[in-house]
Every structure is written in structure tokens, then in C-alpha cells.
Design a protein around this ligand. Structure first.
Ligand code: ZN
Length: 193
């Protein structure tokens, strides 16, 4: 199993409102802090991402991931399984997981490529869902988060880095108990555990 975008938080300490943006320059953190103070973070995100998507079932998610994979990673082995997983929570581990298994069955080598996406993406903007699916698909080819991995992500989604940043803004918003589009995210309960 692979750990993604892990957030560490010591029990007993006040939560850092910008913990999902750790590592970004102070100038950026300052700007985001201002947006939060002025209550404009949600507004900014709804202006950029105007609607939720309709990929709400595991079947729809599977079809979506296979379409993306066929467009960009035709030569890689097939996608075995794709599902939303409500047990994937940010505090504990990740946003998405890619599991690769190869099994010897008789004289044949069988590979399994499984993708699990945190349930909070059910109610997120489509662009964020696309970003996380692209990330997990890129692991079909590159196991590590190296240069080739991010080049592949950008090949599949040219706005990959902007979307990752905006996703972190979105997580910051959810963490404050706010939502976009007036729907409670499926992962909200887990997020505030
Ligand atoms: Zn990864």
C-alpha cells in the first residue's frame, strides 16, 4: 500500500488551519490565510469549479478511470478494480491508493491493478476527481513520486499541479466545516474524526 498526501497531527495540539498546504511558500500561506479570514475561500473555489460531477457509483468511477487509462496508458496492464473507499481518510492515510499485485496462476502470471479513491471525492469538483485518478493511474507505470511520475501526471492532466494546489484549498475548506455546492461531502465525518 502506498501513502499519499499524509497529514500528521499531534493529538492535543490545536489543528493547523493550513496543514494541507504545508511546504508551500509563506507568501502563498499568507494569501490563503487572508482568504479564510475574509470568508472568501469557498467563493474562490466555486468560481473556478462551478459544478459537482455525476460519477457517484463505483461502476461509474471504474468506467471513468478505464477511459482515462485507455486514452493515455494503453500499453499498461488492465485496471482490475476501481472503487470509492470511505475508509480512506486524510487523517489516517491518504486520498487514493493504488495496489499492484502479481500472482502466479499455473503457468501464467496474472497482475492486478486496483485503485481506491477516498469517498470525499464523490462530492468534489470533477477536476479534483480527475487529478486523483490521474495520480493513481500514473503509479501503473511509476511506483515512486519521481520526476518521470509527475511528467506522466502532467501529460495526462496539464493542470495537474494547479489542481493539486486547489484540491488542498478544498480540503482546507472542508476541514473548516464548509462545503461547495451545498452538499455534505461523503467523507466529512471521517475528516473530522
Ligand atoms: Zn502516489
Amino acid at each position: 500500500m502506498r501513502r499519499e498526501l499524509t497529514v500528521h497531527q499531534d493529538a492535543g495540539r490545536p489543528a493547523d488551519p493550513l496543514k494541507y498546504l504545508a511546504g508551500y511558500p509563506d507568501r502563498i500561506l499568507h494569501e490563503v490565510g487572508l482568504l479564510i479570514a475574509e470568508g472568501r475561500l469557498g467563493q474562490l473555489l466555486t468560481r473556478r469549479y462551478s459544478a459537482a460531477h455525476a460519477i457517484r457509483t463505483d461502476r461509474a468511477l471504474y468506467d471513468y478511470a478505464v477511459r482515462l487509462k485507455n486514452d493515455y496508458l494503453r500499453s499498461c496492464g488492465p485496471v482490475s478494480r476501481v472503487l470509492y473507499d470511505s475508509r480512506i481518510t486524510l487523517e489516517r492515510q491518504a486520498l487514493g491508493l493504488h495496489r499492484y499485485q502479481s500472482l502466479v496462476q499455473g503457468s501464467r502470471l496474472k497482475t492486478k491493478n486496483e485503485i481506491r479513491i477516498a469517498s470525499l471525492f464523490k462530492t468534489a469538483p470533477l477536476e479534483f476527481l480527475r487529478m486523483i485518478v490521474v495520480h493513481e493511474l500514473a503509479h501503473f507505470k511509476e511506483r515512486d513520486h519521481n520526476k518521470a511520475f509527475y511528467q506522466l501526471c502532467e501529460h495526462m492532466e496539464p493542470d495537474y499541479h494547479q489542481l493539486e494546489f486547489d484540491l488542498r484549498l478544498y480540503l482546507t475548506l472542508l476541514d473548516r466545516g464548509e462545503t461547495l455546492y451545498g452538499t455534505a461531502p461523503a467523507g466529512a465525518a471521517a475528516l473530522s474524526d
